[in-house]
Design a protein around this ligand. Structure first.
Ligand SMILES: *Cc1c(COP(=O)(O)O)cnc(C)c1O
Length: 365
C-alpha cells in the first residue's frame, strides 16, 4: 500500500465567503445588477469553484474571456448566463450559438455570421453591441453607429439586448474617464436612448468604485471580487480572498561573506539565519521582486527576502527568530497585500493573481 500523500509544498487558500462578501459589496456600491468577471480562471482563484460559489448569489452574467472558459463553467453545471467579454473569431461562433452564450459584436460581418448560425440552429441569439469609447481593443467606434444599428436590426435571428463599453483609465485618469462616460451616454442617446437596451454596461472595478454611472444598469467587476481595490480608499469594504502560502523546508546559519541565491546578488555581512522556503517563480511568485525589499510572513512577523527568487525556492532572513523547518509562510494574503508584491515586482495585481501556476494547489474554505 502506498503511504498517504504528503501535504502540498505550496498552496493558495481561497476564502469563498470573502469572495461572496465582495460580490455583495460590488452590488451595493454599483446599485445595479452585476456581471461577475471570472476570466483567466477567476483571476487565478479557480474557475469552476468560483463560478459555483458566485452562482448562488444573485448575478446576471458571468464574464469570460473565451469559449474555453465558457465551456468549463457550463460543464460545471452552472446555469447563469455567460457573456464573452472580447471579440470572437469565426470558428468559435457555432459553439457560442449552440450553447446560447452571449457575445458582444464589433463588426457587421460577425453579426451576419452569428445571424446565419442562429438561423441554422433554429434560435434567436441575444447579443450585445460593443462600442469603443476609448479602449481601442474592440467594438464599433461611435462614428456611423446609428446606421450600423439599423443594419443590425435587419438581422432577424439576433436580438440586440445590450450595449457595453470599457474604461481604459478609470484607475489612472479621472478627467478622461469622466469625459468617456459622457461620450458613452451620448452614444446611447444617439441610438435611441437607454430604453432601447435591456442591459447597459461600462464599469470595471475602478469605474464602479470611483464614478457615477447613471447611464448603466449592469456593472462588470473583476478585481474587487477578489478583494483588491484598484483605487485607494476602498480596501476596508473588501475582504482578502487568496492567501499564497508555502513551508520552510530548511533553516541554517550562514557565515559572514556567504552569497545567497543566483548571481550572488546578496552576500551576508554577518552570521545570518536563513530559511529556505519551497516556493518560487515556477509557482508564479514573481522573480521581479528580487532585490526590491519583498517580505514573507512567518509566525506572526514579516521577514526580508535575501537574493533572487529561484524557480522553486527562495530564501528569507530569519535571524533572531525561532522560525523552524515546517513553518507556514504567507507570501501574500491578509498580512502582506498582493498590491505590495505587485508594486515590488513592478507590475499590477491582476498579473500576479493570474500568474499563480497550476503547481500551486487551490484549497477552498
Ligand atoms: C477584465 C474586464 C473587466 C473587469 O475588470 P477589473 O478591473 O478586474 O474589475 C470588466 N470588463 C471587461 C471588458 C474586462 O475585460
Amino acid at each position: 500500500m502506498n503511504p498517504l500523500p504528503s501535504p502540498p509544498r505550496s498552496w493558495a487558500e481561497i476564502d469563498l465567503s470573502a469572495l461572496r462578501h465582495n460580490l455583495r459589496t460590488a452590488r451595493e456600491v454599483a446599485g445595479c445588477a452585476v456581471m461577475a468577471v471570472v476570466k483567466a480562471g477567476a483571476y487565478g482563484h479557480g474557475l469552476e469553484d468560483v463560478a459555483r460559489s458566485l452562482a448562488a448569489e444573485d448575478i446576471e452574467f458571468f464574464g469570460v474571456a473565451n469559449v474555453g472558459e465558457a465551456r468549463r463553467i457550463a460543464d460545471a453545471g452552472v446555469t447563469t448566463r455567460i457573456y464573452l467579454l472580447g471579440a470572437t473569431w469565426s470558428q468559435e461562433r457555432a459553439e457560442i450559438v449552440g450553447r446560447g452564450w452571449t457575445p458582444c459584436l464589433s463588426s457587421l460581418d460577425e453579426a451576419r455570421e452569428f445571424d446565419a448560425l442562429a438561423r441554422a440552429h433554429g434560435s434567436r441569439l441575444k447579443v450585445h453591441l460593443a462600442v469603443d469609447s476609448g479602449m481601442g481593443r474592440g467594438g464599433f467606434v461611435a462614428e456611423g453607429l446609428p446606421e450600423i444599428l439599423m443594419e443590425l436590426e435587419k438581422l432577424p435571428n439576433l436580438e440586440i439586448e445590450g450595449i457595453g463599453s470599457h474604461l481604459p483609465s478609470a484607475d489612472e485618469d479621472e478627467e478622461f474617464t469622466r469625459s468617456q462616460i459622457a461620450r458613452y451616454v451620448g452614444i446611447i442617446d444617439s441610438l435611441g436612448g437607454p430604453e432601447r437596451f435591456r442591459w447597459r454596461h461600462l464599469s470595471n472595478s475602478a469605474g464602479l468604485l470611483g464614478y457615477d454611472r447613471e447611464c448603466c444598469n449592469l456593472a462588470r467587476p473583476g478585481l474587487m471580487l477578489y478583494g483588491i481595490s484598484p483605487l485607494p480608499g476602498h480596501e476596508e469594504k473588501l475582504r482578502n480572498v487568496m492567501s499564497l502560502k508555502s513551508r520552510v523546508t530548511l533553516v541554517r546559519t550562514l557565515p559572514a561573506g556567504h552569497g545567497v541565491s543566483y548571481g550572488r546578488a546578496f552576500v551576508t555581512t554577518k552570521p545570518t539565519r536563513v530559511a529556505t522556503v519551497g516556493i518560487g517563480y515556477g509557482d508564479g511568485y514573481p522573480r521581479a521582486v528580487s532585490g526590491n525589499g519583498a517580505e514573507a510572513f512567518i509566525r506572526g512577523e514579516r521577514f526580508p527576502m535575501l537574493g533572487r527568487v529561484t524557480m522553486d525556492q527562495l530564501m528569507i532572513d530569519v535571524t533572531g527568530s525561532d522560525v523552524a523547518e515546517g513553518d507556514e509562510v504567507e507570501m501574500f494574503g491578509p498580512n502582506i497585500r498582493v498590491d505590495e508584491v505587485a508594486a515590488k515586482a513592478g507590475t499590477i495585481c491582476w498579473e500576479i493573481l493570474t500568474g499563480i501556476t497550476p503547481r500551486v494547489v487551490r484549497v477552498y474554505r
